[in-house]
Design a protein around this ligand. Structure first.
Ligand SMILES: N[C@@H](CCC(=O)N[C@@H](CS)C(=O)NCC(=O)O)C(=O)O
Length: 202
């Protein structure tokens, strides 16, 4: 199995994290984004959007971090990671969509501005961040995990850009229930992190 990725990407981290938690061996293929390798003809055959991550498992190629989490969970994990009943599956999908929408437009976007200095839609990013952080805080005051009684791929999809929020100059202090959830993930066996991720000071 090959993961096409770049180190600073939270979307790529989602896949590294799930592969590690599931103890699935893989080869990391570092893509040369400085030279736009992700837009080359051969890469566009794998992902027509020319983005990372991409997973290649034998003859199967999957692009988009949420789709890759679904693939890995269905192919290699117990059903607890991605329930198969209608309600359980839709609960996970709610948060996979949140990862691709509010989290991407909010905390991920603010990190693009403050870490990489690229322009963003500032007002939208601030509004999306305030909204998603409040929703998460309310959620985690009541329950430990996002979509079920146990960890699922929903938690993995939302985790990186919340843990990386301080790089986007988002203070996580007002969100103690969210911080407890970050700590729960960081305490899992075979957890792997990324530089600059939030860490408990306790
Ligand atoms: N929805 C996609 C977004 C992927 C994405 O934005 N990837 C970034 C890295 S985090 C990328 O490939 N950037 C380089 C480019 O767009 O050319 C996913 O979740 O995988």
């Amino acid at each position: 199995m090959e993961l096409y990725e770049i180190p600073p990407s939270g979307n790529c981290h989602k896949i590294r994290l799930l592969l590690s938690l599931l103890q699935i061996p893989y080869t990391s293929v570092q893509v040369d984004v400085a030279n736009q390798q992700q837009k080359s003809a051969s890469f566009l055959k794998m992902n027509p959007f020319g983005q990372l991550p991409v997973l290649k498992d034998g003859d199967t190629v999957v692009w988009d971090s949420q789709a890759i989490l679904v693939y890995l969970a269905r192919q290699y994990a117990t059903p607890s990671w991605f329930p198969q009943d209608a309600v359980g599956m839709s609960r996970v999908m709610e948060w996979l969509s949140t990862a691709a929408n509010e989290v991407a437009r909010g905390p991920s976007s603010l990190r693009v501005l403050h870490k990489f200095g690229r322009p963003i839609a500032m007002e939208d990013a601030q509004q999306a961040t305030a909204s998603v952080m409040q929703v998460l805080e309310t959620h985690f005051k009541a329950t430990d995990w996002l979509a079920a009684e146990n960890i699922t791929i929903a938690d993995i999809a939302v985790y990186p850009y919340i843990a990386l929020a301080p790089e986007g100059k988002i203070d996580l202090t007002p969100y103690p229930a969210v911080c407890r959830w970050l700590s729960r993930i960081q305490a899992l066996p075979n957890y792997v992190g990324m530089p600059q991720m939030w860490e408990s000071k306790a």
